[in-house]
Write a protein that binds this ligand. Structure first.
Ligand SMILES: [Zn+2]
Length: 461
């Protein structure tokens, strides 16, 4: 009965092929939350894939309707060992983004797990099915070796994360007591480098909106009317060009955060950002005075996600009547989320672009959150991961991407520690999504070690 035995147990789970076949079973559920035709698959994922496994581990499970009609069901589960023991809340999401079936490479299919060398391909492998599977398997390993965990566990699995977690905040607000815990320890997102464990304690927030220039009904001949009719595409392009400068540095004062303190800069200093697992970083892009790490984790970034005027697939000789750009601001703590769009309106008006309308997207997004890198729970988890991995993890104040972390930190009032099990080249949200087998194996071992240590006493008060 030892920590090493729990780690050996979960290693055997991986080596025997059971991890891979369990992941294949999860990937086979076509849980596209953006596709209304797959609503039944969302419920089946919980009732067929999650509940039996958790029940076998001694959890009491409950599937709840989402408080918002457009949201998928939610699973809560609890394994209670004792009133005096710490309670860990963990979280995962079983939904995936659109399958994009026709865009996957030959030989791959989004809902069939395909092994190629070190890679396991399939929609949701990285985001988020392997990640909660790893954590459950690590809990099982500790239970198998110790006979008990030594702490209480609560689980939330949601099925609408990829549509902005509708209803999650309302559900948490209505069930604060049921979800009461000492800390959130959960997994999503990528490691900074595949071979080094990573922790992050929050995420950037995001706001998505359209900028629309709508001048008249229908297009008009560009010869007869060119020079006489204002061009919506040019007005939109000019308006966009005032939001940042030519290298993407944000020009709207309220969009520039005030939180890049010396302590945050010190925490970010030296973290890797450029790797072999993604495109080369454009070092001449973004805020000139910051390092690339500070640009991604300590600052805000503006992007034009899509743009349209006329019919790009079949252009005609006409002045278009409409132009539209879908835009997004990713922002860190230190930006007032309530003032993001009002500040943009003030900016556009001041620049003379009152014809450019701002149309916020319905899709909910998440607020920016962060926990100090020296918080006792951060130190506890970091020490455990260091012991298992033989090296210190990369510790980020927040993830560059977005997560519904505000539900845990702001509504439930929990310290939040995320231990991601994917890597940056995983093609999350794209065709050919995959995980790396060595990272999965390593993550199983880290989590078994962490869950072992949580049951040994000495957790932060
Ligand atoms: Zn995702």
């Amino acid at each position: 009965m030892s920590r090493d035995a729990a780690i050996a147990n979960v290693t055997e789970y991986f080596q025997s092929g059971r991890f891979q076949s369990d992941l294949a079973g999860l990937v086979a559920h076509e849980t596209e939350s953006q596709n209304p035709d797959q609503a039944a698959a969302l419920t089946r994922y919980l009732s067929e894939a999650m509940v039996p496994r958790l029940t076998a581990m001694g959890f009491v499970c409950r599937i709840h309707d989402n408080p918002e009609p457009q949201g998928g069901p939610l699973l809560t589960a609890e394994r209670h060992e004792g009133a005096g023991l710490p309670t860990i809340l963990t979280y995962g999401h079983g939904d995936v983004i659109r399958a994009q079936t026709d865009q996957w490479r030959a030989g791959l299919h989004p809902f069939r797990l395909v092994e190629e060398g070190d890679r396991l391909y399939g929609r949701g492998t990285a985001d988020n099915k392997s990640q909660h599977l790893i954590n459950f398997a690590a809990l099982e390993a500790v239970l198998a070796v110790r006979g008990s965990l030594g702490f209480n566990v609560k689980v939330v699995i949601e099925m609408s994360e990829e549509t902005g977690s509708p209803g999650l905040a309302a559900f948490f607000a209505a069930h604060r007591d049921m979800l009461k815990a000492d800390v959130l320890i959960a997994s999503d997102g990528p490691r900074l480098q595949p071979d080094v464990p990573t922790m992050f304690m929050g995420s950037r927030g995001g706001v998505t909106f359209d900028l629309v220039v709508d001048l008249r009904d229908g297009a008009h001949h560009s010869g007869n009317w060119g020079g006489l009719l204002a061009d919506p595409a040019m007005i939109l392009a000019q308006a966009l060009s005032t939001i940042t400068d030519a290298r993407g540095q944000i020009r709207i004062p309220a969009w520039r955060p005030d939180s890049l303190t010396p302590a945050v800069r010190a925490a970010l200093d030296g973290l890797p950002i450029d790797g072999t697992d993604g495109p080369a970083i454009d070092t001449d892009w973004g805020e000139d005075s910051l390092t690339p790490v500070e640009r991604a984790y300590g600052w805000n970034s503006f992007a034009v996600l899509a743009m349209k005027s006329g019919v790009p697939e079949a252009p005609v000789n006409a002045i278009s009547a409409h132009a539209r750009a879908t835009c997004q601001l990713r922002y860190v703590v230190g930006t007032d989320p309530e003032d993001i769009l009002p500040a943009l309106r003030r900016h556009l008006d001041a620049q003379g672009f009152d014809k450019v309308r701002i149309v916020p997207h319905d899709r909910g997004f998440f607020a920016a959150t962060r926990l100090a890198p020296d918080h006792p729970w951060v130190t506890f988890v970091a020490d455990s991961l260091t012991r298992s991995a033989g090296q210190a993890p990369h510790v980020l104040p927040n993830l560059a991407g977005s997560l519904p972390n505000d539900c845990f930190s702001d509504i439930l009032g929990l310290p939040t520690v995320w231990v991601p099990h994917s890597y940056r080249g995983c093609s999350q949200h794209a065709p050919d999504e995959h995980v790396l087998k060595p990272v999965c194996r390593d993550a199983l071992r880290l989590m078994a070690g962490l869950f072992w240590d949580l049951g040994e006493g000495g957790t932060p008060g």
